[in-house]
Design a protein around this ligand. Sequence first.
Ligand SMILES: [Zn+2]
Length: 256
Amino acid sequence: MLSKIKKYITENTGILIRLDDIAENMNWDLMEKSESLFEKYQIKPILGVIPNNKDNDLLSYPKRENFWEQVRKWKDKGWEISMHGSTHVYDKKTKNDDYFGYGGDSEFCGHSLEIQTLKIKEGIKKFNDEKIEIRSFFAPNHTYDKNTLAALKNSGIKEIIDGYGLLPYTENGIKFIPQLFYKVLLLPFGIQSTAIHLNYWNEIDFDNFRNFLENNSDKIITYDHALEKINNDFSYELIKILVKKVLQTKRFLNFK
Ligand SMILES: [Zn+2]
């Protein structure tokens, strides 16, 4: 019995490395250093690529001219490419009425279905033009509403790397891979994703990341592996609600 439980926990514990804000303009020094780490430990991360970056904060970072060629190289290595917003420009404010109740600014939440569909289609068009296949999405600042989900589904995207819970789940016809923490943290049980922002990292953050990978490389999973772990049992519905309550309180208190 005990060995069965141990096996179950091992099979359902893992972390997907999600890198946010991948664009022409970014912290390329840390990206290159991260890439060497991923090579060393044979890690296949998921990259949140901004297709039409117009975010002034992000545009202040160094620009790489052959960016899309680089994205194709990453994809060829088996890394997962995800669409992270379209322009990454926040033009709406949520009043905690967004899908996950995080609040804050948004590129999508609060816009009509028509406008959101247009934004999503513009993003997809860029990937198509660059011959890069994508199947998933995550919104800047984690902010969605029902229209975002509808716009995504209308555009053929049915996977989101965001959400609460200890295991991936399906809701409203979308597969969600939960993203719980901003720090790289491995829980004793559960499958979820990180949200790493290399642009805001210093050398100490990177050293911590390297140590984490060194000690936990066997727990790092691929995107396909995370999708295989979708669980919609009733007990997980309860866990999802509990995790949501705890995290909303934590985020409210600003313990990122
Ligand atoms: Zn972002």
